[in-house]
Design a protein around this ligand. Structure first.
Ligand code: PLP
Length: 356
């Protein structure tokens, strides 16, 4: 068969030899990529040259706008395989919507559902053997877009590249974390780009994270830019508190918080479990008060990579709050329910699994 075949409109150039057998047993996150990638160009106001081709380096001008002013956005999604070998993507339409919200915020063109969702599905279908069928393994999907104008002037680029990479990933053994409340550095301010998944948000968070590591912590809990007393996110995850048996998480109205798909899933599952959920500004002085009254039982972060990351210690000013693993009940139950839906052992009552 010719290795240049059309797949539902998107031309496919296949590798001659798969690299799948070269992947180690235990797979480090984000280090290995599948045989193929999707690539598209934006020029003259439209997306063109959409193709799936062997994973390969990009050739770019050193004057490419993204390298200078950072017009770049991305997404993180996961695909799973069920017992019968069927492949599913977890809530890709939510990431598709969010991608275009990010694009608009930093003056980039929207991508079509045809390229983002259908292109992704075609790519995964082609590299389906790469979805690990071992427990707790998945295929991480990384769509991203960046500016390619060859001009170092500050303006929105006229040309862009959109790509999708696939990376097989093993289980994320996130040990419970030690976190302190960040009162000096800020991740996002009102009116800024906190709600968008831009590369720059990650670059600007690295210094505070490195400082936390130097002090012996795993991450920071970001607070609001004005007063540094309201909880926002943990590292690059959304944050939940279980207080008095209720789920409490920062609301999205400030525009400084990334609207996580895992956050939304956790809220939905909490409600399924009969747990009341409050989305509101979370005042950390009130969290300390509740902790002292013995009412704070669990704190955790949510995100696609780790699903749920538990906090075993949270330091705020002079108070060190510690949490005992034996009493964690709600977060593990959210994880159990989410995993059951993902691996097909529980019915997908919320329509989260997109079958390829
Ligand atoms: C991606 C991201 C999250 C988590 O979003 P998910 O859709 O759950 O993966 C949370 N916070 C920030 C800042 C992020 O970039």
């Amino acid at each position: 068969m010719n290795n240049l075949t059309a797949m539902k409109g998107i031309p496919v150039k296949k590798v001659e030899r798969s690299k799948l057998q070269d992947i180690p047993e235990s797979i480090p996150f984000g280090k290995y990529f599948t045989d193929h990638m999707l690539e598209a160009d934006y020029e003259n106001g439209e997306w063109k040259n959409v193709e799936i081709k062997p994973y390969q380096p990009l050739v770019m001008s050193p004057s490419a706008a993204v390298l200078h002013y950072g017009q770049s956005i991305f997404e993180g999604i996961k695909a799973y395989k069920d017992k019968n070998g069927n492949a599913y993507i977890y809530r890709p339409h939510d990431n598709f919507r969010r991608f275009n919200i990010s694009a608009e915020r930093i003056q980039m063109p929207a991508i079509s559902e045809e390229i983002f969702i259908e292109g992704m599905a075609k790519l995964i279908e082609l590299d389906k053997n790469w979805i690990p069928d071992r427990e707790d393994h998945s295929l991480y999907i990384r769509p991203f877009m960046f500016a390619t104008d060859e001009q170092i002037g500050v303006k929105p680029s006229d040309t862009y590249k959109f790509l999708i990479l696939l990376s097989p990933t093993g289980p994320y053994y996130g040990a419970p974390m030690r976190i302190y409340v960040e009162e000096k550095y800020t991740r996002a301010a009102p009116g800024g780009v906190g709600y968008a998944k831009t590369a720059g948000n990650y670059a600007s968070s690295l210094f505070a994270t490195a400082e936390a590591r130097r002090k012996g912590y795993d991450q920071v809990l970001w607070t609001d830019a004005n007063e540094h007393k309201y909880a926002e996110e943990i590292g690059t995850m959304n944050v939940f508190f279980i207080i008095d048996g209720k789920g409490v998480t920062p609301d999205l109205s400030t525009g400084t918080i990334l609207e996580g798909v895992t956050r939304d899933s956790a809220i939905t599952l909490l409600k399924d479990m009969g747990v009341t959920v409050e989305e509101k500004r979370v005042n950390l002085d009130e969290v300390v008060e509740a902790y002292k009254a013995g009412k704070v039982t669990e704190i955790f972060g949510t995100g696609t990579a780790a699903t749920i990351s538990m906090i075993r210690e949270l330091k705020y000013k002079d108070t060190v709050m510690t949490f005992n693993e034996d009493s964690w009940k709600i977060a593990p139950e959210i994880k159990r329910r989410m995993d059951a839906i993902k691996n097909g052992s529980a019915p997908d009552i919320h329509g989260w699994m997109y079958k390829i």
